[in-house]
Design a protein around this ligand. Structure first.
Ligand code: HAM
Length: 435
């Protein structure tokens, strides 16, 4: 049998060009997290399946998790998401560390999904979470951080929006207005969560098939039509929903104060598939009709620490995937060109005798933090410049036989075409020219 050279279905090999794109996205993620003073953490790739059974929801457990029995008969999963891991880690230390706890990581996650645009079996996910922040302020900070990250790529409110909801509203509507039992509420949550994937008719049909009374179905449809905070406010008043229980209203006011409300749109169908969310829930959505999908999903979860028999410590966070982010950046022409690598200097020689001074010069320049690509075999002059271009060099240096004899080197600035000769041991001057 011939082995396939392709990676396992739904995973990717990152050849250097792809890896440069990923590194670029990760560097923006790290910079943004650091701007908000979030600390980097990491956890294991494997966790016990029980950890996800507690709060992640049936879709993840039944359809998407990669699981197996290890040699010691432990039922183990490859992490499909990071939130249970971060909660488990916070549960170990929350008594000793000052609040709020602000952490970030960029784990790779595995989900057994049908590979398609925006969905793979392995993806990397920027996770930011804050634990123990005062109500609304944690949510506000997390949303601000999400916006800052998107802006760091050059995106603005023409490119993306944050679709937001509050599980308290959904609970109020489902339990009090529609009079649903726990079981019915759960089914409605799942139906609403799938609504963006269903066409309008199919969705309406599924609503008609629920066990809701005719009157309840009407209220449900009225709720689903709300598409702004103003309309939500009117709905809340009309149905006497206690306004104080709805954190989204206060959060929206804070966002207005920071001039960020232009990014945020109320969306009654955002409920989030994961079971641990208890309050604000949101998704960053691409506004381009060709790429209408979530780049990021998150929300607040008050009770996750309880699964470890710890007191509640409210958490808020989001996960933003590398696959969806890259699609977004390409869609809006916001991805810089990463076809070539970058290096300060390409060092070449025309002669075997040049290898020794070339290695010694490269050694000295690297000590001065100048990056150097060395061509380890003699190279004809006419090939130097095309190689320099491929390697993304800013300067090219050629050691000809004459130069070697005289201890000199020619260095060319490839953008200005300016060329200068230096004594090969005059590192200070060479460094100055390359700076
Ligand atoms: P999630 O909505 O399952 O949330 O995933 C968040 C983001 O990860 C999605 O919006 C998408 O960008 C990306 N993503 C998820 N699955 C895939 C996939 N199969 N292929 C490519 N990208 C994918 C969570 O995972 C929560 N744990 C996020 C969170 C952190 N909530 C609070 N803190």
């Amino acid at each position: 049998m011939t082995l396939s050279k392709k990676p396992y279905k739904g995973t990717r090999d990152f050849f250097p060009e792809e890896k440069r794109i990923r590194d670029y996205m990760f560097s923006k993620m790290k910079e943004t997290a650091q701007l908000f003073a979030y600390e980097s953490y990491d956890g294991p790739l494997l966790e016990e399946v029980e950890l996800y059974k507690a709060k992640s929801g049936e879709e993840l457990i039944n359809d998407q998790i990669y699981s197996f029995n290890d040699r010691g008969e432990r039922f183990v999963a490859i992490r499909p998401e990071m939130t249970p891991t971060v909660a488990r880690m916070v549960a170990q230390v929350h008594r000793e560390v000052s609040k709020p706890i602000r952490w970030f990581s960029i784990p790779n996650l595995y989900r057994y999904e049908r590979p398609q645009k925006g969905r793979l079996r392995e993806h990397w996910q920027f996770n930011v979470d804050v634990f123990g922040a005062p109500k609304i302020l944690g949510e506000l900070e997390i949303i601000q951080l999400g916006i800052k990250l998107m802006q760091s790529f050059g995106a603005n409110s023409e490119h993306f929006e944050i679709l937001i909801n509050d599980r308290a509203i959904v609970d109020n509507v489902f339990k009090d207005l529609l009079n649903c039992s726990e079981d019915e509420c759960y089914k409605l949550y799942k139906l609403v969560d799938r609504s963006k994937k269903l066409d309008k008719e199919k969705f309406e049909k599924q609503i008609d098939e629920t066990s809701l009374t005719e009157e309840a179905k009407e209220i449900f449809k009225e709720y689903l039509k709300l598409n702004s905070i103003d309309l939500l406010n009117t709905f809340i008043q009309k149905h006497s929903i206690p306004k104080d229980s709805i954190e989204l209203i206060g959060l929206y006011e804070r966002l207005q104060e920071l001039n960020l409300s232009e990014y945020v749109v109320f969306d009654p169908t955002i409920v989030r598939g994961l079971d641990y969310y208890t309050g604000i829930v949101f998704e960053i959505f691409d506004k381009n009709p060709e790429n209408r999908r979530a780049i990021c999903g998150g929300g607040s979860y008050a009770n996750i620490l309880k699964i470890f028999n710890e007191p509640s410590l409210p958490g808020v966070g989001f996960g933003l995937g590398d696959v969806t982010l890259k699609d977004f950046l390409i869609t809006h022409n916001l991805l810089p060109d990463f076809t070539t690598p970058t290096v300060d200097l390409i060092l070449t020689t025309q002669d075997e005798d040049g290898i020794k001074p070339l290695l010694s010069l490269a050694h000295s320049l690297r000590s001065e933090k100048i990056s150097v690509f060395t061509q380890l075999e003699p190279l004809k002059i006419k090939k130097v410049f095309s190689l320099a271009e491929k390697k993304g060099a800013k300067f090219a240096a050629i050691l000809g036989s004459q130069e070697i004899e005289n201890g000199l080197i020619q260095i060319k600035n490839l953008s200005t075409k300016d060329q200068k000769e230096f004594k090969i041991d005059n590192i200070e001057d060479i460094k100055g020219y390359l700076a």
